[in-house]
Design a protein around this ligand. Structure first.
Ligand code: URA
Length: 462
């Protein structure tokens, strides 16, 4: 009997090294006991036989490695043995991985599917609550989450990328992860009581959720499937669910009696105003310190078209309105030429504070970095949820990055629609300041015409 002790529940490298050595020595699956950490060592009467020395690399397909890396995160204690059994089978018959009818492969695929779902749920349902150690301190953000499987470490990178400039902790029963803005660390598990229970941001969520809750579309089964009850207590908006469901019938009747055009728009405006007020106090990244104010989006909250710029400039920062300076004037003229009514369009920016470098009395525009864009993404995502535009035009690479969550090369992605998670269709074009900077008048005229054509093409989709 061979006993393998893995360092952690998600110790894929430990499993792979052991599996490689065992396979090289032709050890059958039933002769191996897999355990984690300091689990009792004499289960099944296993003896601690020394593993054969690890040989050179074992050739297995990328597909198996990817499957094993995911499935190993499942909480099923049999997963290590199942994967080892499959590994031996694939060494003998590499093509067997494609056999979808094989019960072993189906079982392991099922484990991987459960893990992927749990990874997604953590990304969707983690809700940070702000905690300030002392008045005036920048807040730290703390969330409580109970995963079904061992997915916290693999998900850590996602949260680092998403909330790069915030200081946050995610507490889970088995493990706590912390990000201090530059280093990711781990600590022991925690309990729900260790996480804060209240946060002013919750008010925004609640008012927004109540405003979009449509009793006529209430499907409790689907809701439970997407958002299992165990996560509800972590999510501020779900505190409302019981009451909303209770009143759903009456509200449905009230809703059909209310003019469809006015009721949802009224509610969305209240949710938008709450969001704008919350953004006014945003300290998610250091840009709030030197800027005069948060320049939030403006325009009808049911606009079918949303334009997203980079960040407010000097004049926008002082006027506390987007696109009122030189780039705004060029944009206004281009919109008019493309037949788009600015007043019917929602205009906002990827980053809501003016980033600049002081030079004498002047404030020179500085491009926001990836961390600042990602810290500000939360606001644009909420604006998308509330306004629900059908078409979104990204003006420049920063806007495109904020909308798509990845680096975008404008020349490559211009002129065709890209789907956003919100369901909207995004169109990518240049930023009006780029046109202002072109020194050659002929090139500037040509680029300006292309910009107007982009705006016209996007608006034609409405
Ligand atoms: N540039 C932008 O991207 N947004 C503004 O609001 C002004 C200039």
């Amino acid at each position: 009997m061979h006993r393998v002790t893995l360092a952690d529940e998600d110790d894929f490298d430990g499993w792979r090294d052991a599996a490689r050595a065992l396979a090289a020595a032709n050890v059958p699956p039933e002769a191996v006991v897999w355990q984690v950490g300091d689990a009792p060592s004499d289960l099944f009467g296993a003896t601690a036989a020394a593993l054969p020395p690890a040989p050179g690399p074992l050739r297995v397909s990328r597909q198996f490695i990817d499957l094993a890396r995911t499935a190993i995160l499942h909480r099923d204690p049999a997963r290590f043995a199942l994967l080892y059994t499959l590994l031996l089978r694939l060494i003998a018959r590499p093509g067997a991985i494609a056999d979808r009818a094989d019960p072993l492969i189906r079982r392991i695929e099922g484990l991987a599917k459960g893990v992927r779902r749990d990874i997604h749920k953590m990304r969707a349902f983690v809700r940070f609550r702000a905690v300030a150690d002392a008045p005036g301190d920048d807040p730290r953000y703390v969330a409580w989450f109970e995963p079904e499987h061992h997915i916290v470490r693999v998900n850590a990178r996602f949260f680092v990328d998403r909330f790069h400039t915030m200081h946050w902790s995610i507490l889970t029963p088995a493990l706590t992860i912390y990000w201090d803005g530059s280093v990711l660390s781990e600590g022991p598990g925690a309990s729900r009581a260790d996480a804060p229970q209240d946060d002013p941001v919750e008010a925004v969520w609640k008012s927004y959720y109540a405003s979009i809750f449509n009793p006529a579309r209430l499907k409790i089964g689907a809701m439970l499937k997407e958002m299992p009850r165990k996560y509800w207590k972590n999510m501020p908006e779900t505190a409302l669910v019981a009451d909303l469901i209770k009143g759903a019938r009456a509200r449905e009747l009230a809703m059909v009696q209310t003019a469809r055009a006015t009721a949802p728009a009224g509610d969305a405006r209240a949710a938008w105003a709450a969001l704008r007020d919350e953004a006014a106090a945003c300290t998610r990244c250091p840009l709030h310190r030197p800027a005069t104010a948060t320049v939030f989006g403006e325009g009808p909250v049911d606009a079918p078209l949303m334009l997203v710029g980079e960040q407010p400039g000097d004049q926008e920062d002082l006027a506390v309105r987007p696109f009122v300076g030189p780039a705004g004037q060029l944009l206004d003229a281009a919109l008019a030429e493309a037949g788009i009514d600015r007043a019917a369009t929602y205009l906002t920016n990827a980053v809501k504070h003016f980033k600049f470098e002081p030079r004498g009395k002047r404030r020179i525009h500085a491009t926001p970095d990836a961390g600042e864009i990602s810290a500000c993404r939360w606001w644009i995502e909420q604006e998308l949820l509330i306004v629900r535009p059908r078409i979104v035009v990204a003006l420049g690479a920063t806007a495109a990055r904020a909308l798509l969550g990845r680096t975008v090369t404008i020349a490559r992605e211009r002129g065709r629609p890209v789907s956003l998670e919100s369901g909207a269709e995004a169109w990518i074009t240049v930023h009006p300041s780029y046109l202002l900077r072109l020194p050659d008048p002929a090139a500037a005229a040509e680029q300006r015409a292309a910009f107007v054509a982009d705006l016209r093409a996007a608006a034609a989709r409405l």
